[in-house]
Design a binder for this molecule. Structure first.
Ligand code: AMP
Ligand code: ZN
Ligand code: FE
Ligand code: FE
Length: 290
């Protein structure tokens, strides 16, 4: 598919296959209406929405990049790694994703138990009613808590019950970043550090040394453009990208109504040239570091 290098793109979106509110088809339709020429479908722990999105994209003239978002071990904040241009049929990737979904299922039982102990009458079946696929996450719990009238907003559900350290917060088992990066590479993909501000390492030396270590482990890119990043942060992440030979990417982390906001592609200064850079890097392998 030919794409204009200056056309806007959004490389971080979620569908009903994980915790987004739009089906893959509706997401692609929204992208087309918004004038985007490419999106990456980056559902948490699953590629189940990718094929449907690609097929819808072929009909709509929107390029859909097969992708995934995986949480990784990190303290004090959280580390999410995006895998772009992955082969969704690669067995090791799919086996590991299936194991992650089983870990989620165990955690979800823990959340239900904690909520019940707090006097909130809720069942796993009720929460499953809000999920469109096999990946059940905290946003589905948040929605159930709002619909039951336990809290009045999604944010309140996270603050009072679901955040790490909140009353019913149960941690998810995660893989170390080197294994996540290796798994993405094994599936022919590129590994990109998502929303670096969520690492909670600041924007100075601590962040840089963490990024350097990730580069040594094979990191390919860094998500510089993200709605929560200030202009100063974007500039810092872009200079890290330049210094370490990483591709600068970006996306809105679109979840539809699941995250109380709707902003697919909105106000991102991100163009399709970034997709071409990713594709080139994938074709040529990693550039040398100086
Ligand atoms: P999980 O993967 O089940 O731990 O859920 C993580 C997802 O929950 C994130 O990717 C966000 O989509 C969402 N999330 C996390 N914190 C919040 C919050 N404070 N408000 C709304 N959504 C949140
Ligand atoms: Zn999410
Ligand atoms: Fe994320
Ligand atoms: Fe995300």
């Amino acid at each position: 598919m030919h794409i204009d290098p200056e056309c806007p793109v959004d490389l971080h979106t979620h569908t009903t296959a994980s915790d987004g509110s739009l089906s893959p088809e509706d997401l692609v339709d929204l992208a087309r209406k918004g004038g985007l020429c490419a999106i990456a479908v980056t559902d948490h722990d699953t590629t189940d929405g990718v094929i449907r999105a690609i097929e819808a994209g072929q009909r709509a003239g929107v390029m859909v990049i097969p992708a995934v978002e995986i949480s990784s071990q990190h303290k004090p904040g959280s580390m999410h790694i995006l895998g772009y241009f992955i082969d969704t049929g690669e067995p090791r990737l799919q086996n590991t994703l299936a194991e992650m979904v089983r870990n989620r299922d165990r955690r979800n039982l823990g959340i239900v138990e904690r909520l019940n102990n707090l006097g909130v009458q809720i069942t796993l079946e009720e929460v499953c009613g809000y999920a469109g696929g096999d990946v059940l996450g905290r946003p589905h719990f948040a929605r159930a808590l709002v619909e039951k009238g336990v809290v009045s907003t999604i944010q309140e559900a996270f603050d009072q019950y679901l955040d790490a350290g909140a009353a019913a917060g149960v941690p998810k088992e995660k893989l170390p970043p080197e294994l996540v990066i290796d798994m993405i590479h094994g599936a022919g993909g590129l590994a990109v550090l998502a929303h670096p501000y969520q690492l909670r390492l600041g924007d100075g030396e601590e962040l840089e040394s963490r990024v350097r270590r990730l580069c040594d482990q094979g990191l390919d890119g860094i998500e510089c453009y993200y709605p929560e990043h200030s202009e100063a942060q974007t500039a810092i992440y872009r200079s890290l990208a330049a210094r370490y030979g990483l591709v600068s990417t970006g996306g809105t982390d679109f979840h539809g109504s699941s995250k109380n906001q709707s902003r697919l592609g909105l106000q991102l200064p991100l163009q399709a040239s970034c997709v071409l850079e990713l594709a080139t890097r994938r074709a040529r392998g990693k550039p040398p570091r100086f």
